[in-house]
Design a protein around this ligand. Structure first.
Ligand code: AMP
Ligand code: MG
Length: 420
């Protein structure tokens, strides 16, 4: 049984991320939301483009008041023009002069400081200051945010509102992003029936819910889920489907058949197919029998570089999702070309609202809800944990993690929480 952190390390090391141009595409900027940038984007412009005002107020020459002890009595002549945002300014502020300026307005030559309107008093065409400004105050200087020729957004960044806004202001109408990885999903088990099947369930049969839960998780991870259907517990049939998936996907996830039961043969098939099995059991609860293998995609076995990852997750619905949350999401994210900031689950500390118990032999993941009370994160566990109880996961947004050998966390104590 591998420790969780060890399994995570092995899995991430196995992932060969997209790096080449062939694995990228050009998209209109708005369509690139949630996608991974495939090349550094260099700004062609200084930001701001020119010195401008950060306030509604008056632009002045600091030298006019710098050495004046009774600056309260200084009266600056208000120039006979105003500078709203959007006005091209080619004027020069004269000695002893100030000018009405608005947020975003270009500073005239000679002006180096802005005083906000609230700190001034206007007497006809003269301005008196109620506060002595500091030099350069409320001026956004040209190139202060970013200089032309520097990287605005680097390759491997996941694009969201902040990046897309910044790229728009840098006039990028389209961007090169990595393609979305294709993830094959195979559901195994004689008991499974497709949701699309219109016949009544016979006794012993259940709906293949893992396909739906895993597809949703895959889509949320920015990848494309490709269903390869339900495969009965039959080795030859399973091998056939795996071979089909190898030919058209970037990664395979199968659920079921990885435990120690008589019908759990995924490991055996993978070995027979020449796969390298890197993980076959992890010290995690639920999700212990997670199987991770690498398969050679190329027909020529010596081309060892062209490998794809196979995740065999347990069939129990909560175990399947847990394997995804803890290990597979990061692997897909790395495969997508995202930089390492995005590979790991997010953990925070929260106070548990009930006692938490674990056996302590494996790292134990207890699902529930993260809420806030007076701004403090509070974890609400459920009452009864069973990895077969999919219904108990409804509204889960966080999972308490109890370390190996940690068997009890009393109500009110702090616990590590994985955000999902
Ligand atoms: P297994 O890992 O194949 O031993 O399956 C463990 C449990 O998960 C069994 O109760 C299965 O019926 C159930 N299970 C397996 N695959 C699925 C699936 N695709 N959807 C829902 N439940 C499943
Ligand atoms: Mg099964």
């Amino acid at each position: 049984m591998l420790p969780v952190s060890e399994a995570e390390k092995i899995i991430l090391n196995l992932v060969k991320p997209f790096t080449s141009k062939e694995d990228s595409e050009i998209l209109p900027l708005l369509a690139a939301n949630n996608r991974i940038l495939a090349e550094d984007l260099i700004s062609k412009w200084d930001f701001p483009h020119w010195n401008n005002s950060a306030m509604d107020g008056y632009a002045l020459r600091y030298a006019d008041i710098a050495d004046v002890s009774d600056w309260q009595n200084v009266q600056l002549a208000i120039a006979p023009y105003k500078i709203p945002a959007g006005m091209a300014v080619n004027k020069c502020l004269q000695q002893g002069e100030c000018v009405r300026i608005f947020t975003g307005g270009m500073l005239p030559h000679g002006a180096d400081t802005v005083i906000m309107q609230e700190d001034t008093e206007r007497l006809d065409n003269f301005l008196q200051l109620k506060v002595k400004p500091t030099q350069g105050e409320y001026v956004r200087h040209r190139g202060e945010f970013i200089k032309a020729g520097t990287t605005l957004v680097s390759a491997g960044t996941k694009l969201g509102a902040t990046e897309i806004g910044a790229l728009a202001s840098a006039r990028c109408q389209q961007v090169r992003v990595y393609r979305q990885p294709k993830i094959a999903i195979i559901s195994t088990g004689n008991e499974l029936v497709s949701l699309e099947c219109s016949q009544c369930l016979q006794s012993g049969q259940i709906i293949d819910s893992n396909l739906y839960a895993l597809s949703t998780l895959i889509t949320q991870s920015g990848a494309i889920a490709i269903p390869f259907g339900i495969v009965s517990d039959d080795q030859a049939e399973m091998e056939l489907v795996i071979r089909k998936a190898i030919a058209s996907a970037d990664m395979i996830i199968s659920s079921g058949g990885v435990s120690v039961g008589d019908y759990d043969y995924i490991g055996e098939i993978l070995e027979k197919m020449g796969a390298n099995i890197h993980v076959c059991s992890v010290a995690i609860k639920p999700g212990k029998p997670l199987t991770v293998a690498s398969l050679n995609r190329s027909i020529n076995v010596n081309e060892s570089e062209d490998i794809m990852l196979y995740f065999g997750v347990p069939g129990n619905p909560v175990s399947a999702m847990m394997s995804f949350w803890r290990f597979i999401r990061g692997a897909i994210t790395k495969l997508s070309g995202a930089n390492s900031n995005y590979w790991y689950p997010q953990f925070i500390k929260a106070i548990t609202a009930k006692d938490l118990h674990a056996q302590g032999r494996r790292e134990t993941y207890l699902w529930g809800q993260l809420t806030y009370y007076n701004g403090n994160p509070i974890f609400q566990p459920i009452n009864n944990y069973s990895s077969g109880n999919l219904m108990s996961t409804i509204s889960t947004n966080a999972i308490a993690v109890m370390r190996v050998n940690q068997t009890y966390v009393p109500l009110g104590d702090e616990v590590m929480i994985m955000i999902v």
